[in-house]
Design a protein around this ligand. Structure first.
Ligand SMILES: [Zn+2]
Length: 140
C-alpha cells in the first residue's frame, strides 16, 4: 500500500492528460504514472506525446483501490500481521467503550497472536461478532 493514496475523482472524465499533466493533477511523480502504464493503464494510442483518457484513468485507479480492500466478514477482525481478516483466538474478544455508543474491539489473531483492533458500535456487537464471547471492559 502506498504511503499516500491518490484521489481518482480529481481526474476529469472528459479530458485527456499527458503524463506530466496527470502527475500534477494527482500530486504524484511522473514516474508513478509510467509505473501505472506498465501495470495496465492504457494510453489512447501508441503515439507521442502519450495521452491518457480521463474516464479510463479514473476507472483504472478506482479498480486498483478496490482490489486492495479486504472487507472483514462477521466474526473476523483485520490482522496487520497476516494482512487479512482473521478470527479471534479462542473466540475471545474484548470491547473497550469509547465516547457515545462506539468503542474498540480487541482480540488476538488465531494464526499469529498479533493484537487486532476493530471499531464497533455497542449495539452492533452481536451482528459483528456472532457466536463469540465479547467481554465488555469498563473504562478506567
Ligand atoms: Zn495474524
Amino acid at each position: 500500500m502506498p504511503a499516500r493514496r491518490v484521489n481518482p475523482h480529481r481526474v476529469k472524465l472528459h479530458r485527456t492528460y499527458s503524463v506530466q499533466e496527470l502527475a500534477d493533477c494527482l500530486g504524484v511523480h511522473k514516474n508513478t504514472v509510467r509505473h501505472w502504464q506498465g501495470a495496465g493503464l492504457a494510453a489512447i494510442d501508441g503515439n507521442r506525446p502519450t495521452l491518457f483518457d480521463g474516464k479510463a484513468t479514473r476507472a483504472f485507479l478506482l479498480a486498483r483501490q478496490t482490489s486492495r480492500k479486504r472487507p472483514c466478514p462477521p466474526g473476523t477482525i483485520y490482522c496487520f500481521g497476516c494482512r487479512e481478516p482473521r478470527a479471534p483466538a479462542l473466540g475471545m474478544v474484548e470491547f473497550m467503550p469509547g465516547k457515545g455508543a462506539t468503542g474498540n474491539l480487541a482480540a488476538l489473531c488465531e494464526a499469529c497472536g498479533t493484537v487486532m483492533h476493530r471499531r464497533a458500535n455497542m449495539a452492533m456487537i452481536a451482528a459483528i461478532m456472532p457466536r463469540l464471547a465479547v467481554q465488555i471492559r469498563q473504562a478506567p
